[in-house]
Each structure stands twice: as structure tokens, then as C-alpha cells.
Ligand binder design. Structure first.
Ligand code: ZN
Ligand code: ZN
Ligand code: FE
Length: 767
């Protein structure tokens, strides 16, 4: 019997990232190709397809579906289930059906995506009508989240509304077989946005597209600073090989030392930094993040772009405009500093008038365009840890893609997040939608921006949360705001529990784990400031199993900047006399040291803490790597960048059990470092031994926890685990000894993950 004469019908249910990314047109084209009839529609939690035709064609269709990621990298199918159903007589065609539920709205808004290969080819194709057009895009690439004002995601609701499509663009937009079918930002030189060049008062100095780019490149080559309007905001750019230009940018931006991100072509990046396969894939991914790469030495970049660290942060050109700039710069400029267009810690600037007024004193020239950016979205930052990618800052390219859970929460949830590196999170059905990186909330402008962002995202994903989660810190502005919301339930979550819960959420598991947290600070249930913790935790509850023994920390806000403060606290706790010679290098002002010591003695403005971040500060100071954090984690990062991979030794420490809790006592660590320093032991070796000791005491605690509870899965989180050396040492040690290790990869290990953790805990209570 010829099976091809038999007609079958199958229902296919798909989950994963399958909505709002041109998936249904893709299915439509596939059905046409294999001469199948039926339909496709969006369902609350995914996509449902019915197809009818002969067996071979149906099988080919399903095979192609499974490999759809190769055609369209935005498509990520997590599950695909099929079942045979009754055939329908006289069905003539395949249709895209209107969605039957409102739930799909959540998935309509997708992230901003780097220029795709097809658009790039057209950009440099003389015969294409979008040749050298700085805003070329298609369904697979271009702006999304940054241009949407409200839902549904249609052109009139985006900042493209003011541009009327020409006939040529329109034709592609309505043709279901075209790559630009329903690509809302589709445009061309005739009908779309345009670039222009201004001086720092906003006076237009050039309007011809190619001349604008050529002139910008010339000025950059001349050592000038340009503000360049990108996808999610302004960048401040200068030639990364020009010391004077980089210095000028630093002084005008009032940014002393923090490493600058850079942009260059892939082959050029390889001449400056070590690019392994994983990192190359990340650089070239559709999200196009900044990737941290080990420096190659010597290199021709000016040292002040990234002093005090052993990595460079590089990204590839990710908009057509960037590609045009780099094509024009070839042979003239190798790499550009591309740092966020903002002042100090204020929000990224995306509006033209604000850019001119605030950045006018920094930039000599402005490369602008008339496509409005509605939402500012910073560049995302990633690195490779233990052979897999991990986010350090999650924004452009990722937001607002949800973290998808197998289970649906019964209530809609808002989680306010943390104080530093804030993000917030909404839960709708089985989706956790985490906001872009917002910033540090102590800045009043950031707080204002946070409030606006909450309202914007709320509208965009159509949620009205009745359950609210926040940090239990009494004074976080985010928590104070959350406590005042009209809600059925307000859940206050301990900071480090939220860290571990974020790992559980992104790994979509509800198990109870051994949670190891390496963090700066977080408010504890005993009013102390926690930071180096071992928790036995699930999404339902947690217990504190062990922690770094408390030490006194004097001086409020200064405590996280001046390294002498934690050092004197640790010295006091362990009765260690730090040699005058070393102290003088750290804080030459003897009177100031005395005041801090008295403060600790009399317990004035002193907290008890188990902070690991501050221990890093103390250690860095002790070995002469700096005494002040001009930006967060500056001197801990210097310690990491010095550490020698080949050094396997550790310093001594003790685990002391008391009332069912373990304290990590580190007298031996401090004394050992002092001794090595006085003995002039190689700095690289001391730094490695310091890291090794921390990995080792975490490992020993995990062993104790496994012994007492039988749990074999360890989850690690906390800002200090952004330290690749420490993370890799610990992960390796744990895995070699039979532990399963879960860590943050989709979320940053720093406080950017807190809102997801809070939301996951609230969702577990609301299920
Ligand atoms: Zn494209
Ligand atoms: Zn057009
Ligand atoms: Fe934290």
C-alpha cells in the first residue's frame, strides 16, 4: 500500500520561545513547502499547530520544525508534543489563526536583536534598495522592546508610527512569504528614519547619510568624543588606541578608573584579547552582549581603557549604523570605546534633548537620528564561567524575554528587587519577566526611572499584581515602596535566600538545595549584615546552616569604600596586630585609624557582619592592591586579576559548630597573608591562596551540609561569584566530589538576580 496516498492529521503543541518572533509565518511557509493544510495559533503557554497531509510530508514538516532554530535563531523550542487527530474533509489551505486567548499578549513583546546576516548582506549590496541604509531590519533583527510604547505590538504603538511605509516596504510587510512580513520597524531610505550630525549645542552640521558617517569617523580619528545614538540609548565613543582621547573622556565623564566597554570587529578583537570558541559564539550571538575576555599582552589599546583588571569588555557592531561606521573606519580606527551615555551612576540617556543638555559637556559631536528610543536599554554584559556563558548585566537582547517555569502561579506577582544593580520582576502565569538593569537606587534619578519603568512594563505585559515581594531590609527604597502598595499579600524575603531562589527559578527546580552565597551585604533575620552564607533552602523555606564568623564593621556608607575599615574590624576580632609598616601603606593617617579603632571598641556606628565582599577589600589592602573602591568591587577585582591559576595552596581556617550553626573562623587566613606579605612572597601566589581558601571553606561547609542532610545539589549565587577565578575553583572542587552544582547563568549572580528570586518565592507561596 502506498502510504503517501493516505491522509493524516496531527496536532502539534510547542512550548518555549515560540511567540512574537515570526514563528507563525515560519510555520506557514513550512506548511506551504510541504503542501500541508491546517492552521497555527498562539496559545497561553505556547503554540498549537494542526497539519494535514501525507505521512512523509508531515514527518518532514516536523523535522524542519525541530530544526527551526537554524532558520531563525530567535526560536527556541523547549518541548514538542504530537498526537494523531481526526482528519478534516475538504480543507484547502493552511492559515494563521487569530489567538484564542489574551495570555499570548505577554509574549508579543520581544527583545532588541542585533542586525542579522541577511540584513547585513543587503546593507552592503549596491543593488539592494536599502544599500547603506542605517536602519535596515527584518523579522529576525532590529529594535523591539526599545521602541514599543504600548501593546499590542503594532507599528502605530511604536516610535515608528510617524514614518509612513512606502509601497516597496509595504509590499514586503504584507507578504507572508517575505522575511519582513509583519516586521513592525521595516523602513528604507525613502520612507524611514535618517541620521544627522550635530555639534554639542544641537546645530546640524551634516545631513547626508554617508557624509555623516565619514565625518564622525574623521573626528573620532582626530581624538574627538562622539555621542552616538544607538538601539537602546546613547553611547559615548572615542578611539580606544588614543590615550589623550580616553583620558579626556574619563575626566569629562568623571569616571576615574572603571573599565570602559569597547566595540570592534571580531578579527580585531582577537588581536587584543583571547577569544575562545565559547566567547566568540557569545560575541556573535543575536543578543550581541559585551563579553569579558582575557587581555593579550602586549596590545595597542591605551592602558587606561581598562586598568587594574585582566579583562577587556568587547562587543561587536550590533546595529546597521555601527556596521557602517566600522566599514568606514577600516584602516583608521581599530576599536572604539563605547561607554554608556550617562553621567556617573545616573540612568542611561536615550532622549535627544536630554542627551544634548547632559552630554553636551562631554561629547564634541553628536551622531543622532530621528527614530525615537522609547525605553533606554543598557548593553548586556556576559562572561564564560566553567565553560558556559553567564550574564553579569542583563538588558539589551534579553529583556523582556521571560524565564519560563513548568508551573503557573495562581496570582500575578510584582517583585521589587534589590537596592544595588536593581531589576524588578513580574510573574504572569508561568512566566517570570525580569526588567532590564535599572541601576543603584541611592541615586534619586535612578529611583525615579525605576518608578516609571515599573508602570511601563506593567502596561506592556498587561499585569495587575496582587501579590508583592520585596527585600526585608528596613530602609531599601524599593522595599519601602513595595510595603505601601495595595496588595493582598506582601512577602518580605531575606536577601540571600532570594539569591539562591533565583538559581532555583532559572533552573526551573523546586528541590531543596545547599545554597552557598558569596556576597557583599544583605539584611539578615538577626538584624546583622549577612554576606558569606550557607543556607539549606527551597522556594518554601530556608535555614541558615553556616556563615563567616561575624566581625565588626565601622562607618556606614564608607565601610564599602575604605578597605581599612573591614581590615581593622577583622584585626580586632582575631586580636591580630597588623604591622605598622603595612597599615601605613593602607591608611597613612594614624589619627583616622585611631578613630576607627575607637568606633569599633565603643560600638558606635558599627554593624556585625559576615560580608565576603568586605573581606576581599581587607585582603586587597593588606597585600597592597589598593585601599579604596572608586567603583563597586574595584580592589576585589584587582585581587582576582592577579591570582595565579597554578597556585593550589590554601591558608588555614576553622569551621566551628555552635547551636547547630557553623562559623567560619579565618584567623589563619589573615595571619597567613600578613606573613606571606612580610616574607615578600609573590603577589600572584598570595592572591590565588586567598581565593583558594574561600573556595575551600565553602566546599567544607557543603560537605558538612551534605553529611547532615543528605542533599547533594549545591546552588551558588551572590555578587562575589561574578569572580570567575573563585567560581571556577569552587565549582570544580564540588563537582569532583560528587555534588551537582547549579549557578546563575540567565541572570547575573549579583543583585540583578534578586527580583527573580523574590518572585519565585512569592510564586511558590501563591501556587
Ligand atoms: Zn534582519
Ligand atoms: Zn520604504
Ligand atoms: Fe546580594
Amino acid at each position: 500500500m502506498d502510504t503517501n496516498k493516505h491522509i493524516y492529521r496531527k496536532e502539534i503543541r510547542l512550548h518555549g520561545q515560540v511567540q512574537g518572533i515570526g514563528f507563525r509565518p515560519f510555520v506557514f511557509r513550512l506548511a506551504e513547502k510541504f503542501k500541508l493544510t491546517g492552521f497555527v495559533y498562539n496559545h497561553t503557554e505556547g503554540v498549537i499547530i494542526e497539519i494535514q497531509g501525507n505521512e512523509k510530508n508531515i514527518n518532514d514538516f516536523i523535522d524542519n520544525l525541530k530544526n527551526s532554530n537554524k532558520e531563525n535563531p530567535l526560536i527556541k523550542i523547549s518541548t514538542l508534543q504530537t498526537q494523531n487527530i481526526n482528519t478534516i474533509e475538504n480543507e484547502k489551505s493552511f492559515e494563521i489563526k487569530q489567538s484564542e486567548t489574551t495570555g499570548s499578549i505577554t509574549a508579543e513583546v520581544t527583545a532588541d536583536i542585533a542586525t542579522c546576516k541577511d540584513c547585513l548582506r543587503e546593507l552592503f549590496d549596491k543593488n539592494d534598495f536599502r544599500y547603506r541604509y542605517p536602519f535596515i531590519n527584518c523579522t529576525n533583527c532590529g529594535p523591539r522592546y526599545s521602541i514599543i510604547k504600548t501593546i499590542p505590538y503594532d507599528r502605530p504603538n511604536t516610535t515608528m508610527a510617524e514614518f509612513k511605509m512606502c509601497d516597496k516596504c509595504k509590499q514586503q510587510y504584507v507578504d507572508v512569504t517575505d522575511r519582513r512580513f509583519h516586521a513592525q520597524p521595516v523602513a528604507c531610505p525613502v520612507c524611514g528614519p535618517k541620521i544627522y550630525l550635530c555639534n554639542n549645542t544641537g546645530k546640524i552640521i551634516e545631513e547626508d547619510s554617508d557624509k555623516v558617517i565619514a565625518r564622525t569617523v574623521e573626528l573620532l580619528k582626530d581624538g574627538k568624543i562622539a555621542a552616538i545614538k544607538g538601539l537602546g540609548g546613547y553611547h559615548l565613543a572615542c578611539d580606544a588606541e588614543n590615550e589623550q582621547a580616553v583620558k579626556t573622556l574619563r575626566s569629562r565623564k568623571m569616571r576615574d578608573a572603571k573599565p570602559f566597554a569597547m566595540m570592534a570587529a571580531i578579527e580585531t578583537i582577537k588581536s587584543f584579547a583571547q577569544v575562545d570558541q565559547q566567547s566568540e559564539k557569545l560575541l556573535q550571538s543575536i543578543e550581541s552582549p559585551i563579553v569579558l575576555l582575557n587581555k593579550k599582552t602586549p596590545n595597542t589599546l591605551t592602558p587606561s581603557v581598562a586598568a587594574g583588571v585582566n579583562t577587556f569588555g568587547f562587543m561587536l557592531p550590533f546595529t546597521p549604523l555601527h556596521h557602517l561606521i566600522f566599514a568606514m573606519a577600516e584602516g583608521k580606527i581599530n576599536a572604539l570605546v563605547m561607554t554608556s551615555g550617562n553621567i556617573a551612576d545616573e540612568p542611561l540617556i536615550c532622549k535627544d534633548d536630554i542627551a544634548l543638555s547632559k552630554l553636551g559637556k562631554i561629547a564634541d559631536v553628536f551622531l543622532m537620528h530621528n527614530r525615537e528610543i522609547h525605553r533606554q536599554v543598557d548593553d548586556s554584559v556576559m562572561h564564560v564561567v566553567a565553560n558556559a556563558p553567564a550574564l553579569l548585566r542583563r538588558s539589551r537582547g534579553f529583556v523582556p524575554q521571560p524565564i519560563i517555569s513548568q508551573r503557573s502561579a495562581s496570582a500575578e506577582i510584582f517583585a521589587a528587587g534589590s537596592d544595588l544593580k536593581n531589576t524588578f520582576c513580574f510573574v504572569k502565569n508561568n512566566r517570570f519577566i525580569v526588567s532590564e538593569h535599572i541601576g543603584d537606587m541611592e541615586d534619586a534619578n535612578v529611583y525615579k526611572h525605576w518608578l516609571n519603568s515599573i508602570e511601563h512594563l506593567k502596561k506592556l505585559i498587561d499585569v495587575n499584581p496582587k501579590v508583592v515581594a520585596c527585600d526585608m531590609h528596613p530602609n531599601y527604597p524599593s522595599s519601602q515602596y513595595a510595603r505601601k502598595l495595595k496588595a493582598d499579600k506582601i512577602i518580605e524575603v531575606q536577601h540571600h535566600w532570594a539569591h539562591i531562589a533565583s538559581v532555583l527559578a532559572e533552573n526551573d527546580t523546586t528541590e531543596t538545595v545547599i545554597g552557598l552565597v558569596a556576597d557583599g551585604t544583605g539584611y539578615g533575620t538577626d538584624d546583622a549584615i549577612w554576606g558569606c552564607e550557607c543556607l539549606i533552602a527551597s522556594l518554601e523555606k530556608f535555614e541558615r546552616f553556616g556563615h563567616l564568623s561575624y566581625y565588626p564593621l565601622a562607618g556606614g556608607d564608607l565601610a564599602s569604600k575604605e578597605a581599612v575599615r573591614p581590615l581593622l574590624g577583622l584585626a580586632k576580632k582575631y586580636n591580630i596586630v597588623i604591622p605598622e609598616k603595612l597599615l601605613n601603606q593602607i591608611e597613612p593617617d594614624n589619627t583616622k585609624r585611631k578613630i576607627i579603632e575607637q568606633q569599633i571598641e565603643k560600638n558606635i556606628n558599627v554593624v556585625q557582619t559576615s560580608s565576603l565582599g568586605r573581606l576581599f577589600d581587607a585582603a586587597a589592602a593588606l597585600i597592597g592592591l589598593g585601599n579604596y573602591n572608586h567603583f563597586e568591587a574595584q580592589i576585589p577585582m584587582a585581587t582576582e586579576s592577579q591570582a595565579d591559576k597554578n597556585e593550589k595552596q590554601t591558608y588555614s581556617f576553622n569551621l566551628v559548630e555552635q547551636n547547630n550553626t557553623f562559623s567560619i573562623e579565618i584567623k589563619g587566613l589573615i595571619e597567613g597573608m600578613i606573613k606571606d606579605r612580610l616574607d615578600n612572597i609573590d603577589l600572584k601566589s598570595i592572591c590565588a591562596k586567598f581565593h583558594n581558601t574561600i573556595a575551600e571553606f565553602f566546599f567544607k561547609l557543603a560537605e558538612q551540609a551534605r553529611h547532615k542532610t543528605g542533599i547533594k545539589t549545591v546552588a551558588i549565587s551572590g555578587g562575589v561569584f561574578c569572580n570567575k577565578f573563585l567560581s571556577e575553583r569552587l565549582i570544580e572542587r564540588l563537582q569532583k566530589n560528587g555534588f551537582v552544582v547549579l549557578c546563575n547563568r540567565l541572570m547575573p549572580a549579583n543583585d540583578g538576580c534578586i527580583s527573580l528570586g523574590q518572585a519565585a518565592i512569592a510564586a511558590a507561596k501563591a501556587i
